[in-house]
Design a protein around this ligand. Structure first.
Ligand code: TXA
Ligand code: MG
Length: 321
């Protein structure tokens, strides 16, 4: 397995139907030729992902939507013009070019133009789009560095395209339409306010584990292996201390005086939500790797990117199984 910046090698591997982990501004993706059902099947297998959970396709520019989607409703076209390349995924009716496996048999395909120079150059050099879910085993925390990908999927793939650390750090915001309504299906790296500034008032689709509207938006997701307890740290810390439990702490801005510093991570000393988003998944991973029994965490302010951060924190703490 190579961690490399070699775009020619990445192109060759993908053209042979193999998988390459690719950097994006949101998280690393596990990419394969979206038009090749065997490559798509290999993605599901490598991630251990159930085949009812569809994949996002990545294209080089808005012009490619016409090839893979049969309609482009005006509100979504405006959003694409405003925010692509960027952390926005659109659900659009698919053409027959897209294999049913990509969409898990659904009529709509999820499509986006990622904002990362190497991956855009790679997409421009290919004559097919890349299907790419986040490059983590199903249900685990999304990777934001090549090392994160390598730790879990390195042995199963020939190459990780090294594009450094992901700048946004949260997955894309997923948007589609229901009738005349613009609907957000997953909160993510593009804030609701930004979307509403272009598309007007949007609906937020509430998804639950019992009836996920977008399959894969399961309640327990983005989850560390260790129990992840979300609440008021000023109460959780004394409680777990008095029980004699070993734990690490994930806080928004402040360190706690009651806990050893090496057992604590904070998302942003200055309370900056963009910085907190960029640090979130790496912090969850390092706590998961510590010699502790529990991870204690708190919500961040619930506005702007804080809404998407809180969505991930709640899913990380949701009961499994
Ligand atoms: O930022 C991102 O979106 C990253 C990077 C790699 O682009 N990708 C990503 O993919 O987060 P993934 O597969 O981990 O999450 C995609 C989500 C899943 O929850 C899936 O259920 C939903 O998008 N999805 C994909 N296609 C869909 C479709 N046709 N209809 C409804 N939901 C869909
Ligand atoms: Mg994912």
């Amino acid at each position: 397995m190579a961690i490399s910046t070699d775009l020619i090698l990445a192109k060759k591997l993908l053209e042979k139907g193999q998988l390459v982990a690719i950097p994006t501004e949101t998280v690393y993706g596990l990419a394969g030729n979206a038009l090749d059902p065997l490559a798509v099947a290999a993605i599901f297998e490598t991630k251990n992902r159930p085949s009812f959970d569809p994949l996002i396709i990545h294209v080089a520019s808005i012009d490619e939507v016409a090839t893979y989607c049969s309609e482009f409703p005006e509100p979504l076209r405006k959003l694409a013009s405003a925010f692509w390349p960027g952390p926005l995924t659109l659900l659009l009716p698919k053409t027959s070019q897209i294999p049913d496996l990509v969409t898990s048999g659904l009529d709509r395909v999820a499509i986006r133009v990622p904002n990362h120079p190497q991956t855009l150059a790679l997409l421009q050099s290919l004559d097919f789009p890349l299907a790419a879910p986040s490059a983590n085993p199903f249900g685990y925390i999304s990777p934001t560095t090549p090392e994160h990908v390598n730790a879990q999927l390195g042995e199963f793939i020939p190459m990780i395209l090294d594009g450094g650390t992901c700048k946004v750090g949260l997955e894309s915001t997923i948007v589609g339409m229901e009738g005349d309504d613009v609907v957000i299906y997953r909160l993510g790296g593009l804030e609701i306010d930004a979307i509403e500034s272009i598309a007007g008032k949007v609906k937020l689709q509430d998804h639950s584990s019992s009836n996920p509207q977008a399959p894969g938006l399961l309640e327990s997701h983005y989850a560390p292996a260790k129990p992840f307890v979300l609440g008021d740290l000023t109460k959780l810390i004394p409680h777990y201390t008095s029980q004699g439990k070993s734990f690490g702490v994930l806080s928004f801005q402040n360190f706690s005086k009651e806990v050893a510093l090496e057992k604590q991570l904070r998302l942003s000393q200055n309370g900056n939500l963009k910085e907190a988003a960029a640090n979130l998944f790496a912090a969850m991973r390092s706590l998961d790797g510590m010699n502790i029994e529990f991870i204690l965490a708190e919500l961040v302010p619930d506005h702007d990117l804080g809404k998407a951060i809180n969505d991930r924190l709640k899913r990380a703490s949701a009961k499994r199984g």
